[in-house]
Design a protein around this ligand. Structure first.
Ligand SMILES: Cc1cc2nc3c(=O)[nH]c(=O)nc-3n(C[C@H](O)[C@H](O)[C@H](O)COP(=O)(O)O)c2cc1C
Length: 215
């Protein structure tokens, strides 16, 4: 006779399992600002996993245009200084805002990891620039989802100065390439994880089944 420990487990449909896991991860991913991160370090093994998954983004023509410069520890001060200097240089006096200047200096130090995100075009430029940007965005999403799976918060930040040629140069990129922002990583303070919010998908999808009078 079988006792309880020997009774067969209910079989779980693998598709349902995979889909449930994907749904949960995608919907849990949140932007967590550097100001809401705490100073606990992000371990190398976690950072490596996050970066490795960036490399598995889709890429038209297999150009793999994503480039990252990772700042941790004291190197973040160099980044903060550069961002502030560039903001001062590029912003007309009447538009200069002290709070923006301060934030550019503070964010890289609040987050234990600050990553400059770059797009490198292939030499022959066969693939349109927009598609290279799209591929990099996919890579950032892979990073963000991986961070979320670990419990680490991520934040993609795009102050206007990131799109300047000086920023690409700072990353060691060429004139055809572009910096696409900063991606901050860090543990959320008190492990607080914000709720997400979206408008209904039905407002954003048009369905055509061939029976309609207009295309
Ligand atoms: C390309 C891109 C650039 C972004 N740049 C900024 C930014 O400069 N400042 C900011 O507050 N949020 C920025 N965000 C993050 C959005 O604010 C965030 O994704 C949005 O509020 C939805 O929240 P969620 O990511 O938690 O779902 C950016 C997101 C993307 C995809």
């Amino acid at each position: 006779m079988m006792d309880d420990s020997e009774s067969p487990r209910p079989s779980l449909d693998p598709l349902t399992l995979r889909l449930t896991a994907a749904n949960a991860l995608i919907r849990r991913r949140r932007s967590i600002k550097p100001a809401d991160m705490d100073p606990r370090p992000v371990e190398r093994v976690h950072l490596a996993a996050i970066l490795e998954n960036a490399n598995w983004a889709p890429t038209h023509g297999r150009t793999e245009p994503w480039r990252f410069t990772v700042f941790t520890g004291d190197a973040r001060e160099r980044l903060a200084g550069f961002l502030q200097a560039l903001y001062r240089e590029k912003t007309p006096k009447e538009e200069f805002r002290d709070d923006k200047f301060e934030k550019l200096g503070a964010s890289p130090l609040q987050a234990p990891v600050a990553i400059l995100v770059g797009m490198k075009r292939q030499d022959i430029e066969k693939i349109p620039a927009i598609e290279e940007v799209e591929a990099v965005a996919c890579a950032v999403q892979n990073m963000h989802l991986t961070a979320c799976a670990i419990g680490i918060g991520g934040f993609w930040s795009t102050p206007p100065i990131v799109y300047t040629p000086e920023m690409a140069q700072f990353m060691g990129l060429g004139p055809q390439d572009q910096c696409l922002g900063l991606f901050y990583l860090g543990w959320p303070r008190d492990d607080a994880w914000p709720e997400g919010q979206r408008n209904p998908m039905s407002e954003k999808v048009t369905w055509l089944d061939g029976g309609e009078s207009q295309p």
